[in-house]
Design a protein around this ligand. Sequence first.
Ligand SMILES: [Fe+2]
Length: 190
Amino acid sequence: MALKEKYKCRVVAPAAEADTIPAVDLTVREGDKVTVGKLSASVIETPGHTNGHIAYWFHANKLAFVGDTLFSIGCGRVIEGTPGMMWRSLVKLRDLPNDTAIYCGHEYTAANIRFARTIEPDNAVLAAREAQVQQQIAQGKPTIPVTIGDEKLANPFLRADQPEVAAAIGMAGKEPSQVFAEIRARKNKF
Ligand SMILES: [Fe+2]
């Protein structure tokens, strides 16, 4: 409220959560377009972390703001939704073009990599990302953004439908949403 008064800004919010967010000017749903200056984003509904969670995809700019659904080498906690819901939301983001740069709500990359290595210790792309992130941190650089194409190869939460990931956690042949739920449960305890 105070920020809105000070900056005279417009508050855009998911229609599903408009009742709980104060001072909303515009509510949006899947596929709606939101313009910011000359930039245009489309809304992607990504429920799971919260039931109304959305992401903004700036197609022409090849970037997306994904909030607390997808993190680099991780994902948000499933707070309001179900693991199946979160898995489907992550697949929607995974389906964006490989060169889409991801800007997420938290930079937990290094900690996420420590966990991911316990799921896929033999993933060479993940090992390379670990070395890259250590270097970025040592140089005082951010580890974000990262592209969807790179995340697909190293983020275990985007890889729950890869047979080798299911096998690695003793769940060969199980549904991807079940594999995802198990990886998320392990991360919660990590
Ligand atoms: Fe959050």
